[in-house]
Structure formats: C-alpha cells, structure tokens
Design a binder for this molecule. Structure first.
Ligand SMILES: [Zn+2]
Ligand SMILES: [Zn+2]
Length: 878
C-alpha cells in the first residue's frame, strides 16, 4: 500500500518528469491579498501569473498546496466531523500551465497519472465535461479512448469556472471515481451526480480560455492556461483502499493518539467518533495555521483559528479529557506531515506552546460556558419550548466566549434550535451602542472626508522645514471654515508638508505653521484617508485658506523620533537573530523619548538573551552604518528578503529601509542617515502582553544617558547614606535581611515562652463539657509554629481533652484545634474548627487530631473563642 507521503511524491514527480517545476506550497496566510482569509486553492499563489501581472521563470508548475476552507462560499465548518468528507484544512495537488500546454496535454497527463502511475482501475473512472465543450469531449473519447457513455456533459454550475465576476474563466472537466456501491443501504441505482457517497470527484481540470468583461462578454484569451486541483485526502482514501478519509494514514494515527489520551476506542460510539474526528481535523488546521505565523486572537483570521480550537476543546470535554489535548495531537500532526511540509519541523515548539496556552487560558471559561449552556437548555426544555432565544445565545457568545457555530452544534444535539435572527439582532444592538458612542466623531469624519479630498505630498524625508506651501483647507469644530482665528483650535490641510503623519508605529510630528507673525502651533499630525492633517491651535493672528505659509517641524523632537525608528529596525533584526525567525513584529511605538516593540515569542527573555540583543544593536550603532532607503516594486523588494508585516496590503511601489548586512524592512517611516546618530540602545523592560506576544521598551541616545544618570544617583545615595562601597551593596542587603529574619525568630520564641509561662494559669480555665475537658483560649500574637507547639504542650498537660487556641495575626486570625487521641474519633478536630472558623469569616479543616484555619475578622476572635464551648457541647450531644 502506498503511504500518503508516497502518493504526494508520486504526483509531484510525475509532473516534474513532464517538464513542471515543483513549487513549494504558499503560506496559508495569503501575502498581500486582504480579500482572502486563507489560501483555499492551489492557484491562489499564481493568481497574478494567470492575470498576466507577473512573470515566472517557468511555464509549467506543480504543487501540493495547504488549503483552508472555513468561511464564505465553501463553509462546511459545522459539517466537519459529523460528515467524514469535509475538512477545515486539506491539501490540494495541482498542475499548472501558464500559456503553455492546453486541453490535450492536460487530459492526457491526468489519465496517465491516475491509471498508469497510481494504478486506478480505468473501469471505475468517469468523466464530466462542460455541456458546450465539444473539444474536450472529443479529446477524452478519441485521444484517450473513454467510451462515450462514460463521459457526462454537465451545466455551468458544475463545470464552468470563473476567477470572479470578470476576468479569466473557462470550462472544466472532472474525473470521478466510482466505489461501486453506495454506503447507504438499499440506495438503488444512481449516477455520479448523486451525493450518496458512491461517487467521488477526485480531480478538476480547469481550462482558462476566456476573459469575461463587465458586460458578460467573453473573448478568447491569447494564451489559454491550465489550473487543476486534485483532492489529496480523497485520492489517498481510494489508493489505500479505505472507505473514509479518516481511515487513511493521514488521520488514523491522530485518532489513535486521541483514543489513547481519552481512553476510548474509535468506532465504538457514534458520538465519541464525531468528537474524535473533530479534534483530529481541527488539530491539523491549528497546527498548519500557527506554523504559518497566525496566532489565535480577535481579528478576523485570529478569531477563525480561535473558533476552530475552541470547538476542538468542547469535544475534548465531551470525551471527558480535562487536560489540554490538542497540543499533543498537534505534535503527532507535525510528525506525520513534516516530510511534505518541512516548515513544520522548525515550528514544533511554537505550535505546541501557542496551542497549550490557548487551551489553558480557555479551560475555565469553557467549563463555565458549557455548564451555563446545559443549565439553560434544561430550563428551556422543561418549560416545553424548543428555541434558544437570541438573547441567551448572545450571552453565551459574548460573556462565555462560545462561538456561534459551537452553540448551534450543542443546541442541535440537545434538540433545540437557535434563534439566529435574534442573535444577529442582539449583536447588532451591541454594535449600535458602541457606534453611538462614536456618533459625534462620525459626523466629523464625514465633513472631514469632503474637506480632505486628494493626497497631501509629504516632503519630510529629506527636509523638515521650513517648507513653503499653501493652506488648502481648514476644519473648525468639525465644520469647514475659511479661517483659523487667534485662540481657535482646528485642523489645517496643506498642499505639501514636511510633517510626518502618525503611521507604522511612528507618532506624528509637531511644530509650527506660520505666515509672517501669524502662527499656528501644530500638536499632532494624522492621516485622514490619503490627506495629511495638522491638529493645530492659532497662537497669534489668523490663517486663511489659500494663503502661502511656512511649515516647520520641531527639529529636536523629530531627530529623536528618527533615531528611535531606526533603532526599532535594529532591534527587530537582532531579536530575530538571537531568538529565531519565529519572531514577528506585532506592533510598535516610536516616540521621541522611547521606543516600544511588540513581537511574537513565548517565554520571557533571559538576561543573557537581552544582553546579546543589546550587543548586536549597539555593534551596528557604533559601526555607524549608512541607512539606505530605496523605492522598489513590491515583488523585487520581497525577493531581496525585505521583511514585511504579513497580511498587510502594500502599494505596488514600496519603500525599503536597509541597514546593509543587518536589516531590511518595508517601511514608510523617517530614519537617521547613519546608525551612529542613535548613540546607544538600552533595553529597560521586557514583559508579556498576551499569549505568545512579548513587549520590549528601550531607550536610545540622551534617554539612555538620562537613565544611566538616575541609576547612578540612586547608587551614590546608598553608598554615602549607608557608608558602603558599591560592590558590597548586595552583600550588605543580604546581611541586613538575615539579621531581620533572626530577630523575627527571637521575638517569636519570646512570645511562645511568654505564653508557656502562663500555662499554669491557662489550665485553670479548663471546663468540663459532657465529661470532656475543654480549653479555649485567646493567646497573644504569635506565628503558627508557636501556636502549634503551645497547643501541643497544653494537650499533654490535659492528658485527655480538647485544646482550642486563637491568635490575631496582622488584623486577621489564626486558629488551631487539637484533640487527644482517645477523643478524636468521637469529635475530630477538623469538624470543630470548621464551625469556629465560620465565626471569624474564614474556612479551615484538617485531620482528626490537629486542624488549623485562618479568618479575616480579628474583632470577632474573642467572641468565637467564647462560643467554642457551646459548639463543642452541641457536637458532643449530636
Ligand atoms: Zn447515490
Ligand atoms: Zn519602520
């Protein structure tokens, strides 16, 4: 039997022998295509090649592509697991011709591969073609030799493909496999259009032949192309002689792993099987998505990933697994798949940590959410209803973090229906509430849009002023205005500006816009669309639309910002070099007095790691490297290895900031001409801000010096005040601490001794209750060990009886109860202390002979001690 790895290789090698270049799968997170949530077909990475916008050094390519289908048109998310045919993550094998071979070769390749290389029985294979595509019908029949009755003509819905409403499109032809019998008993005869499961489409060949314009008119493409997609899981099922994808070696080892963890067996319980399949499928998806750099979160892609993981967690709970499970299954996924996708190996640790963290973080909420769900489901059903109202669903979604799909799935299992319209309404209402908060801002926004039409030319890379320019528009109190009067605040739009508008983490510039003596102070600069606007207050005189002005940026502040921005790039590169390529920028702030950099990483940085990073950055600074900026087209920028924020949309022309041999990033920010200007960089804090994301704050140049000075002052102060040489400060502090500890112990011992000397006196207060000697006493403040030893002494003196001691401790209460051996079965210490602890606002427990407790309210201690006699009386009588 061929393994899945061999089947993948078989496909790729066959096309390689036939002149195709084996191209690696592209990332699941589409680069530079925000319209697409996840890569969902082999052709995604070649879209621009097909559109003629991009050239590749090859005309034929073949891939095994990672794909995800979890939203949009092909959304089978809720089906996954219940059906054995749908998946969130899957692999698609494909071969592509970019204006090279066409229908004849494509069909011949397909037939040869499945019948000769893969050895499928030709009598089991059926063909479909587009109804009007006589050309390909003839090829199948005449060239390949398929009997006419095994070629079906289908309509546009099934066999016509289009990239979008306009653009490349064309007919398809599909290969179907016939399992011979329907999995549904007594199903009767059917053909390949039936969805019973007897027939499986294994391969779709798309013939990109036309270009469709907005009017629907189709003109033949000058060089028609080929795009094909074979379902990898399906062909593996067929070639391994299995009946479902889950029985293949792609899934079976995962199900075995889950079976072992959950102590269940696959195939013995229908509902357990569903849960196991869901965990297996979703663990695969989570593994691949995280390995491609997307972590769970609340943005679009992050939420989809989170939803997938939460659904798997729900099913982990259903299998009664109370520990994190998905990260362990993910480990198996990597073992199974790393041959086909080597990037998985280097992400092993990342994947495990991200998943485990998410599982641990959601575990409690999930427990509450599920309990809440079942409570409410029970109440609804006992009231005779069947509908879960939108309000309840929204509560579970909003407060308990259960994704809608999961609530629907749970509802279905409990014979309930979800009021989806009601839920949408509740969701809308919540959005409306937050919208209203922004309403006034919105009106402003609208006025602003009309004012801020067009693009402001930014000239501040090379020159920070004064720049001669014209006032194009003024906005005051959200209204368009002709002038900005003395004392008024508003927004100024200029023809060109040296002011950098806040973006890419770099804060906006401040400065002055003036005409002669008329002067506006600019306190911030921001983008509104493509227009740059200056938030300003008129300090003196007035400014009018159309007037010529001079714009000057606060030079000193901007210089600091430039230093910090370049320093951020150095830090980014050093982090990747020291910690590894999994480090990705997650956010940044570049201000004049500090810089902040957020990045993906799992563990706190160690002191040596931070030092290494600082060393690398400072080495670049002291080498005084020239900072180069270049305008390049996006593709060559990426090819040259420039780092980009993934998922971000870039213009065709991008600005590349390079510190040669060390850092290269797409960046629109302002930078120093050479790194030496930064002076020095010192990391001052490192912390975690969310699961898998760390934050570093650092100072440069004068800021670093100021920090150094204040630390020096602090040390000087200690040195003179305590008359100790600097290197001896730590040992002096250690000595002091040891002394304090010693003294504390001496004081404690004295207190116990003191109390002990009063033992004789204490013993006179013994009372006899139901024939048992009971001693309850409030003693002066002492630690627990002291209390225990005192109680022990008293117990011995009593010989037989009960000792209860209470002491105030820092405003709280400590209690100890001891019972001699002869009595401890009849009246265990743990039972006594529970009741007394209640009186001082605490809880406690313990064994039969000794129990301890703490309480919150020391003002009630005396009363509690007094009442303990009656408590014991009641317990003895019971
Ligand atoms: Zn059928
Ligand atoms: Zn930058």
């Amino acid at each position: 039997m061929l393994t899945s790895s061999q089947i993948r290789d078989c496909y790729l090698k066959f096309f390689e022998r036939n002149g195709h270049k084996i191209v690696s799968s592209s990332s699941l997170i589409p680069f530079n295509d925000p319209t697409l949530l996840f890569t969902n077909a082999g052709m995604n990475q070649f879209k621009d090649v097909f559109l003629g916008n991009e050239n590749r050094p090859y005309k034929r390519a073949t891939t095994s592509q990672k794909c995800m289908r979890v939203s949009g048109k092909h959304n089978d998310f809720k089906e996954v697991g219940h059906s054995t045919r749908h998946h969130t993550f899957f692999e698609m094998l494909g071969n592509f011709s970019f204006g090279d071979y066409f229908k004849t070769d494509a069909t011949k390749f397909a037939w040869d591969l499945v019948t000769k290389e893969m050895g499928l029985d030709p009598t089991r294979l059926w063909i479909t073609v587009y109804q009007d595509d006589d050309e390909v019908w003839k090829i199948w029949h005449k060239h390949v030799g398929i009997p006419a009755d095994k070629i079906m003509r289908l309509g546009e819905k099934d066999n016509f493909w289009a990239m979008g409403d306009t653009g490349p499109c064309g007919p398809c032809s599909e290969l179907h496999y016939d399992f011979g019998v329907s999995p549904i008993p007594n199903h009767g005869q059917c053909d390949l259009t039936c969805s019973c499961g007897r027939w499986v489409e294994i391969w779709n060949l798309v013939f990109m032949q036309f270009n469709r314009d907005a009017g629907g008119k189709m003109t033949p493409l000058p060089s028609p192309s080929i795009d094909t997609g074979m379902g990898f899981e399906r062909i593996t099922t067929i070639l391994q002689g299995k009946s479902t994808n889950y029985d293949t070696d792609l899934f079976r080892p995962l199900l075995d792993e889950i079976a072992q963890i959950a102590n269940v067996e696959y195939g013995t319980s229908a509902s357990d099987d569903v849960s196991m399949r869901i965990i297996a499928d979703h663990a695969r998806a989570a593994t691949f998505v995280i390995a491609d750099g997307q972590y769970p979160g609340n943005d679009k892609r992050g939420y989809v990933l989170r939803k997938i993981m939460r659904r798997a967690m729900v099913h982990g709970k259903k299998l009664k697994v109370d520990r994190p499970i998905i990260y362990r299954v993910a480990g198996r996924v990597i073992e199974l798949m790393k041959r086909g996708y080597p990037e998985l190996s280097s992400s092993r640790e990342t994947v495990a940590r991200v998943i485990k963290q998410e599982e641990e973080a959601f575990a409690d909420t999930l427990g509450l959410g599920l309990r809440d769900f079942y409570d409410r489901a029970k109440r609804i059903k006992s009231s005779g209803a069947r509908v879960m109202t939108g309000e309840i669903v929204f509560y579970l979604y909003d407060t308990r973090g259960l994704p809608l799909e999961i609530i629907e799935e749970l509802a279905q299992e409990n014979d309930l229906v979800v009021d989806e319209a009601g839920f949408t309404k509740a969701l809308e209402e919540q959005r409306e509430r937050s919208r209203q908060d922004y309403h006034s801002g919105k009106v402003r926004e609208q006025v602003a849009r009309t004012v801020f039409e067009g693009k402001t030319t930014f000239v501040g890379y090379d020159c920070i002023g004064p720049v001669k320019t014209t006032v194009r528009a003024i906005l005051v109190d959200g209204e368009q205005s002709d002038t900005l009067e003395q004392g008024q605040a508003g927004e100024l739009v200029l023809e060109t500006t040296p002011f950098y508008a806040e973006s890419g983490g770099q804060i906006g510039d401040t400065g002055v816009i003036a005409r002669g003596d008329n002067r506006a102070r600019v306190t911030g600069t921001i983008y509104r669309g493509t227009t740059i606007t200056h938030i300003a207050r008129m300090e003196k005189g007035a400014l009018q639309v159309g007037e010529e002005v001079e714009a000057s940026v606060d030079m000193e502040k901007r210089r600091q910002i430039m230093k910090n921005h370049t320093a951020t790039h150095l830090l980014h590169a050093a982090l990747r070099s020291v910690l590894g390529p999994h480090v990705k920028q997650a956010g940044s702030l570049v201000a004049p007095d500090k810089l902040r950099f957020d990045f993906t990483h799992f563990a706190p940085l160690s002191a040596p790691e931070i030092e290494k990073i600082e060393d690398q950055v400072n080495e670049q600074i002291w080498g005084n490297q020239t900072v180069r900026t270049n305008l390049m087209d996006l593709e060559s920028a990426m090819k040259s290895g420039a780092m980009a924020l993934f998922g971000e949309k870039y213009q065709e022309k991008v600005r590349v900031v390079e510190i040669p041999g060390f850092s290269k990033e797409l960046c629109g920010g302002t930078h120093v001409g050479a790194t030496g200007a930064i002076g020095a960089l010192k990391v001052v804090s490192e912390s975690g801000i969310s699961a898998g994301v760390r934050r570093i704050e650092a100072l440069t140049g004068p800021g670093a010096l100021a920090r150094f000075r204040s630390d020096e002052k602090l040390l000087d102060h200690i040195q003179t005040e305590y008359k100790v040489a600097r290197p001896e400060i730590p040992s002096m502090l250690e000595k002091l601490q040891a002394q304090v500890r010693n003294l504390q112990k001496v004081v404690g011992d004295l207190k116990v001794q003191n109390a002990r000397s009063a033992i004789g006196e204490i013993l006179t207060t013994v009372r006899s209750i139901e024939g048992v000697r009971v001693l309850a006493q409030r003693v002066p403040e002492m630690d627990r060990a002291g209390m225990r030893s005192l109680a022990d002494d008293l117990r011995h003196k009593l010989g037989s009886g009960i000792v209860i001691l209470g002491t105030p401790q820092d405003g709280k209460v400590a209690l100890v109860v001891m019972v001699t051996e002869d009595l401890c079965r009849r009246i265990p210490a743990g039972k006594i202390i529970k009741e007394i602890a209640l009186l001082v606002g605490g809880t406690g427990g313990g064994k039969a002979e000794l129990a301890e407790a703490g309480g919150k309210d020391s003002s009630k201690l005396a009363d509690a001690i007094e009442r303990s006699y009656s408590i014991i009386e009641a317990l003895l009588r019971a």
